[in-house]
Design a protein around this ligand. Structure first.
Ligand code: FES
Ligand code: FES
Length: 159
């Protein structure tokens, strides 16, 4: 089947198998390998992208379901050579160890801060509750999101 999907602002038309998952479409058809696949049980959340502005586990969505829609992936976060505040927060607060969960965490964090510029720790933990990190114990991830929120509000984020 033919689908047209706008990914990170760029429209792509492809002929695909109807059974192809969005995560594989992004990685294999568009070479956007920032979206990770960390499980085969829809538990880990490493594959989170935005579909029409809503975070989804892209391993649970058929690429066909994205036809005519807008997808945003982790590759869109850095703009003009400048990291997004959530990326800067993860670096400064050591929010990543192996980094496998990080793309999904970043996309959820960006979504949260777009809606709540000053989220409580509880709200951050709730937002990332659908995602697993095997390394950090989540403490530094929460700190990273808080750092991004604080510095974004004060507009002190640098390149
Ligand atoms: S790859 Fe683990 S939830 Fe999608
Ligand atoms: S940093 Fe390794 S799984 Fe999260």
């Amino acid at each position: 089947m033919e689908i047209t999907v706008t990914v990170n602002g760029q429209q792509h038309r492809r002929s695909i198998e109807p059974r192809v998952l969005l995560a594989y479409f992004l990685r294999d058809e568009l070479s956007l390998t920032g979206t990770h696949l960390g499980c085969d049980t829809s538990n880990c959340g490493a594959c989170v992208v935005w579909l029409d502005g809503v975070p989804v586990k892209s391993c649970t969505v058929l690429a066909a379901m994205a036809d005519g829609k807008e997808v945003r992936t982790v590759e869109s976060l850095a703009q003009n050579g400048k990291l997004d505040p959530v990326q800067q927060g993860f670096i400064r607060c050591h929010g990543a160890q192996c980094g496998f969960c990080t793309p999904g965490m970043l996309m959820t964090a960006r979504w949260l801060l777009d809606r709540d510029p000053n989220p409580s720790e509880e709200r951050i933990r709730e937002a990332i509750s659908g995602q697993l990190c095997r390394c950090t114990g989540y403490e530094n991830i929460v700190r990273a999101v808080r750092w991004a929120a604080e510095h974004e509000r004060r507009d002190e984020v640098t390149s």
